[in-house]
Design a protein around this ligand. Structure first.
Ligand SMILES: Cc1ncc(C[n+]2csc(CCOP(=O)(O)OP(=O)(O)O)c2C)c(N)n1
Ligand code: SF4
Length: 270
């Protein structure tokens, strides 16, 4: 793996220290993303970090890259425009589960369906951190949040399965506990020509952890370690058991033509 110093070129050091709460996983995800850019030697002038609104969206404040922060939920739509206007750029989208999987869900489906050449990283902390810990579409059933005081009713949405079904070329999930695995997945995503999604389960000790009495930051990371199981193990579980766990691993890896390739084919066939 690259030396930590390699990521300094991508960091806006003067903006540090960051604003995330102690024990929040967003900083680790940003670090692994920057390490992956360094590993692949992607020049900062050729990289755009598109982020959303939310605690995770603050990542854009700390990078010395081209950056774009759009309205809540629209990161993938803006990023699609950035990619199509200059396909030379590596466009990475860093979003929260609320941003990508609730208000912005239709953009995820269509970016995956069109297999747009973007790398999407979703920091899934199982709630809306920035606005006070409301439940999101990814919040597991029975979880306590500021908007589900009796426990959330209804299943959690599996963003990865949705993106894979819609047509994404690469889809994987890991956790901040399995941070080296997460980086491996980010590297594979960055190498993917079409649409890639890496979901990283991450602690929000301030809200999700507190509402669900999961303890402090270290306890939450330990909780993620215990709850994240291999895809095979997850698939072998009883239906009632599954909501208490998250699968982790690579869900799909394929090499279908991306949107621009298909677009250019249409042009030459006219
Ligand atoms: C159009 C619009 N609707 C709602 C909001 C309020 N809002 C800001 S951040 C956010 C949710 C953030 O949650 P998530 O994307 O999961 O990121 P996190 O803060 O947990 O990292 C919401 C609902 C907004 N800024 N804009
Ligand atoms: S509220 Fe949660 S997601 Fe936001 S910075 Fe704090 S720990 Fe992180």
């Amino acid at each position: 793996m690259s030396a930590l110093s390699d990521i300094n070129q991508y960091l806006a050091g003067e903006k540090l220290p960051h604003l995330w709460c102690p024990g929040c996983g967003h900083g680790l995800i940003l670090k692994q993303m920057l390490l992956s850019l360094a590993e692949l030697k992607i020049p900062r002038e050729k990289t755009v970090l598109a982020s959303g609104i939310g605690c995770s969206g603050r990542a854009g404040d700390y990078v010395n890259l081209h950056r774009f922060q759009g309205t809540h939920g629209r990161t993938l739509a803006f990023a699609t425009g950035i990619h199509l206007s200059n396909p030379e750029l590596t466009v990475v989208c860093l979003m929260g589960d609320g941003d990508c999987g609730a208000i912005g869900l239709s953009h995820l489906i269509h970016a995956a369906r069109r297999n747009i050449s973007l790398t999407a990283i979703v920091a899934n902390n199982l709630n809306y951190g920035m606005t006070g810990g409301q439940y999101s579409s990814s919040t597991p059933e029975a979880s306590y949040t500021s908007t589900s005081r009796l426990g959330k009713a209804g299943d959690a949405l599996d963003l990865c399965r949705l993106a894979a079904e819609a047509g994404a070329d690469y889809v994987a999930r890991s956790t901040v506990y399995h941070i080296h695995e997460a980086q491996k997945f980010i590297l594979a995503a960055l190498r993917t020509k079409g649409f890639s999604l890496v979901e990283i389960m991450t602690p929000c000790p301030t809200y999700y952890g507190r509402y669900n009495k999961l303890g402090g930051a270290v306890d939450m990371v330990d909780w993620l370690k215990k709850r994240a199981v291999s895809i095979d193990r997850y698939n072998g579980m009883e239906k009632e058991e599954q909501p208490h766990y998250f699968w982790r691993g690579v869900l799909v890896q394929r090499d279908n033509p991306d949107f621009l390739t298909r677009y250019h084919r249409r042009m030459v066939s006219q």
